[in-house]
Design a protein around this ligand. Structure first.
Ligand SMILES: Cc1cc2nc3c(=O)[nH]c(=O)nc-3n(C[C@H](O)[C@H](O)[C@H](O)COP(=O)(O)OP(=O)(O)OC[C@H]3O[C@@H](n4cnc5c(N)ncnc54)[C@H](O)[C@@H]3O)c2cc1C
Length: 405
């Protein structure tokens, strides 16, 4: 992509990596408008996911702030959407890395799906407007509306017969809110390998929820749901004629840019209490830390090697980590353990993205769950919701709200 091309200029920072920016989004959020309009691309969604994913603000803090200004019940649509996030965490905790494989068969045998991402999709030039708009928005902002994510995933898996895992790995790298639980299990939900049926959509559905440039009448998705199901089950359709004008995808980096990392120093932590800040624990330091506790940032090298990020994501997490810490180390779990060996104590916020990578001496502090934890593995969201909400009569019965000051 030549410097100064329209695509590059349109890359934008809609998500400043500060707690004030998260709080401003909460202040601007209108729960009633959300419930009415959340399915539309221009609907009143919160845009909070990058902040929630990185722990800059917690779901409980968001709900408490909203409840202070709006009549919000535990059955409000927004609470329900936050519950999806908690449910996907529940499945991830129960199944571990098994969520990276199909949980059960989808509409076609596993081997019938392609494993490579088609170049016309990667470059946003498939010739299907809804898909090309979604890809370009993803690259430009690091964010996509939920409906756009569903359309993109459904098109890739059910129309182009690309395995969901290929799409999930590609999308998560470009999202500011990329979360292995929410992302990979949402892809499985769309694919039908983590839900009872595949999610399908057609041109009428796009026209109902998206602005005119996204409308895709006359394209391969301008057909009935019966025809779409035949495609999802393996019927072939000629690939749409790709357009010539694509965009270059942003580069993906498996290590932080040099300005965001410093060499580890055992001296900096010798004899000290350490609060370890990592990409999923970028909130304010805990109130119960010792006043002279030193905050050290950690980019877990094994994770970043496996799951590269776009420059937008590095900038988002990196700016915030630098604002919170004295130094940011890009090292493996073993190297981190060695560098921290002389510290008096080390604590961090627990998160499933790196639980397996942390040195054993690091004490993991579990954030208070927003919803009542469900111990038994659940087969569906509705089963999890029934069990978690058993005995909850009002918003303030949710355990995450009860522990807030
Ligand atoms: C294919 C696909 C991939 C996705 N990948 C991710 C991901 O990597 N990270 C991620 O946080 N969400 C993911 N989602 C869920 C959802 O699309 C985003 O959470 C939502 O679009 C974020 O925008 P928002 O904060 O404005 O959402 P809002 O509608 O304002 O919702 C508020 C919060 O509720 C939670 N939430 C809402 N809808 C969902 C949902 N369907 N599943 C799980 N949580 C939800 C999120 O934490 C979100 O921030 C994915 C969905 C699909 C279909």
């Amino acid at each position: 992509m030549p410097p100064g091309s329209p695509h590059q200029e349109s890359r934008m920072n809609r998500f400043p990596a500060t707690r004030d920016a998260a709080l401003a989004r909460v202040a601007a959020f209108e729960p009633e408008a959300y419930a009415r309009s959340r399915n539309a691309l221009d609907g009143a969604v919160s845009g909070l996911s990058p902040y929630l994913t990185h722990g800059i603000i917690s779901a409980a803090e968001v709900l408490a702030a909203l409840a202070a200004r709006h009549p919000l019940t535990h059955q409000h649509q927004f609470v329900y959407e936050l519950a999806w996030r908690a449910y996907f965490r529940h499945v991830w905790t129960a199944r571990g890395d098994a969520i990276l494989q199909s949980l059960h068969a989808g509409p076609m045998p596993e081997t019938a799906y392609e494993r490579g991402l088609p170049e016309d999709i990667r470059q946003g030039r498939s010739g299907v407007p809804v898909i090309d708009q979604a890809v370009r928005a993803l690259y430009a902002t690091g964010y996509l509306h939920n409906h756009a994510r569903m359309w993109l995933a459904s098109y890739l898996v059910h129309v182009r017969h690309v395995h969901w895992r290929t799409g999930a790995d590609w999308m998560i790298a470009h999202l500011l809110d990329g979360d292995l639980g929410s992302n990979h299990l949402s892809w499985q939900w769309v694919a039908g390998s983590g839900s009872s049926k595949p999610y399908l959509f057609n041109a009428d559905n796009v026209a109902r929820y998206a602005p005119p440039p996204w409308h895709s009448f006359g394209s391969v998705i301008d057909c009935s749901y019966v025809a779409l199901m035949r495609l999802a089950q393996g019927e072939r359709t000629p690939a749409p004629a790709p357009s010539h004008h694509g965009v270059d995808p942003p580069a993906l980096l498996s290590a932080p840019p040099a300005a965001l990392a410093t060499a580890p120093s055992a001296q900096a932590v010798a004899g000290r209490d350490v609060w370890l800040v990592h990409p999923w624990a970028l909130g304010e330091p805990r109130a119960d830390l010792a006043p002279d506790c030193v905050a050290i940032g950690w980019w877990p090298a094994e994770y970043h090697r496996a799951w590269p990020w776009s420059d937008l994501r590095w900038a988002f997490a990196g700016n915030r980590m630098q604002a919170l810490t004295a130094a940011c180390w890009h090292v493996s779990g073993a190297e981190l353990g060695a560098a921290l060996a002389s510290a008096r104590s080390v604590q961090t916020g627990a998160d499933p993205h790196l639980a397996a990578l942390l040195p054993p001496a690091v004490r993991q502090r579990q954030p208070a769950p927003l919803f009542v934890p469900v111990d038994q593995p659940c087969q569906s969201f509705s089963q999890w919701w029934r069990r978690s909400m058993h005995g909850v009569q009002a918003l303030h019965d949710l355990p995450g709200l009860a522990v807030l000051p």
